[in-house]
Design a protein around this ligand. Structure first.
Ligand code: PLP
Length: 486
């Protein structure tokens, strides 16, 4: 770099601006004064020189970038745009940020004084808010410093009371979604969303398929597992291992995340579970235990083992799982602006709740339509009744949505935010698998084509509208494929 370039890339900082940020970072975000230098990546003497100087020219653009983000965070918390519950996440994101400040972005506070809004305490923005996609922080290995539990914004413990639905605060904020996107993006590239002309001949309308069958585990669930484990790490919780019961993709998701973070995973599946999903789980290094006649029995066994082995039990529905899965919904809205309707299968509800939460966060008008298997109607009945209603059985070959006992939180969110829940017969679900293959040459497991089955059932209603279906997974045993294709 020439001397001229180096000079151009230096930025003027004003002592009163930095002092004001330091003061508000302490008062509003709870950052102890002794930790600010470390947070932004400057030495204590350098920070001291900045605070006390009138105008200092520095070239550490990453540190300045972090200061800019810190000031944005202060403004957002003050305006209520970032909930205080998200502050620790946002601080972790700033600490990991390597996004340099743009030369010229920083001006003297006097230039902004007039722009400072009411209640801003007279503090001026440090720089204009940046727009554009969320940056991806570098990989933070497990064991790297995490905010202390109980610090501002400490995250809810798994199994803690739900945080949204039925008039409670929303499941997502721009900060938590941005953080989840940066976490998931380290492992899951954006999945494609395509229109397939042959498929559109069947649906009779503009139809976008969100291909979540193209994640590293072949299903959307991986997003939730990654976010769950990262949230644990950031919360400072270090269980000796995680345990969960599953019919398949949730288990693969945790196994994938556990391997990425070095956290032992135990997965309990019922007898007769998909052999392909079972071997995929063990191939990722998780311990697989086969127990019980159905999911309920497997879940009870998992709970008993959790107590015996001091493992943390991961529920099938949890806000952190929703947050992770919401990254797919966020991608979808970016890929297809102005969506009229999105169809999504409903098992325990993380996928549909994520669609609702992202739609609401974006202020979009997209209708969210849930699809269940007619032989596993617990969510359809619960949403209609406005309270969780369990069913005696969930006897369906659509294993990804074979739910008997709905989660109350999910029911509340779906009832408040979904347009309707469709019930699809076993035959229609099998036919949709075959149609998905014939029109796109993508394999779908039964739940993976349930959204298509819902759209086909709803065809008369959505003609002329811009529609998306979520192809949630392609992990299908050979005999199930044969059954569907026959
Ligand atoms: C392929 C597939 N689709 C849909 C679902 C249902 O998702 P959710 O439980 O988030 O409603 C699952 C659940 O595991 C799944 O594996």
């Amino acid at each position: 770099m020439s001397d001229d370039d180096a000079r151009r890339q230096q930025i003027d900082l004003y002592g009163d601006t930095v002092a004001s940020i330091a003061q508000q970072a302490h008062g509003i975000l709870g950052v102890p004064p002794g930790e600010l230098a470390d947070l932004i990546g400057l030495s204590e003497p350098m920070l001291g020189a900045l605070v006390s100087g009138t105008r200092v020219r520095i070239g550490n653009q990453i540190a300045i970038g972090r200061l800019v983000q810190l000031q944005e965070l202060i403004v957002n918390v003050r305006n209520g745009l970032t909930p205080t519950g998200d502050v620790s996440l946002a601080l972790a994101q700033i600490r990991a940020s390597t996004l340099p400040a743009v030369p010229g972005a920083v001006t003297h506070p006097a230039a902004h004084a007039a722009a400072a809004g009411p209640g801003s305490g007279g503090a001026a923005p440090f720089a204009a808010p940046r727009s554009g996609p969320q940056q991806t922080p570098p990989y933070l290995p497990p064991g790297s410093p995490a905010p202390a539990p109980g610090s501002p914004g400490a995250v809810p413990a798994p199994g803690a009371a739900p945080s949204s639905g039925g008039g409670t605060p929303p499941l997502l904020s721009a900060t938590s979604l941005g953080y989840a996107r940066s976490v998931v993006a380290r492992h899951v590239p954006t999945t494609p969303t395509y229109r397939w002309p042959l498929l559109e001949q069947l649906t009779g309308t503009e139809t976008w398929v969100k291909h979540e069958n193209h994640t590293p585990i072949g299903a959307f669930k991986v997003r939730g597992g990654l976010n769950f484990v990262e949230r644990l790490r950031v919360s400072g919780t270090r269980p000796p291992g995680l345990i969960s019961a599953t019919r398949g993709n949730h288990g693969q998701s945790l196994a994938f995340a556990g391997r990425a973070y070095g956290l032992p995973i135990t997965i309990v599946v019922p007898e007769g579970n998909s052999p392909d999903k079972n071997v995929a789980i063990t191939a990722m290094g998780a311990e697989l235990i086969v127990h019980g006649a159905d999911f309920q029995a497997a879940a009870e066994h998992a709970a008993a083992l959790a107590a015996q082995r001091n493992l943390m039990m991961v529920p099938p529905f949890h806000p952190w799982l929703v947050e992770g899965v919401a990254t797919a919904a966020a991608e979808l809205h970016e890929q297809v602006p102005g969506l009229d309707v999105v169809y999504v299968p409903v098992g325990m509800g993380s996928g549909i709740c994520a669609q609702i939460a992202v739609r609401d966060l974006l202020g979009a008008r997209t209708e969210v339509v849930g699809v269940v298997a007619a032989n596993a109607p617990a969510y359809a009945r619960s949403v209609a009744a406005g309270r969780p209603i369990s069913t005696e059985s969930a006897d369906t070959f659509v294993d990804g949505v074979a739910c008997r006992t709905p989660d109350p939180h999910a029911v509340a969110v779906i009832r408040a935010g979904a347009s309707r829940i469709l019930e699809v017969s076993e035959e229609a679900a099998a036919e949709a698998m075959a149609l998905m293959y014939r029109t796109t040459h993508n394999l779908a497991e039964p739940a993976g084509s349930l959204a298509l089955a819902g759209l086909l059932a709803d065809r008369a209603r959505v003609g002329g509208r811009r529609v998306a279906i979520v192809h949630t997974g392609g992990n299908c045993d050979h005999d199930v494929l044969e059954h569907a294709f026959s």
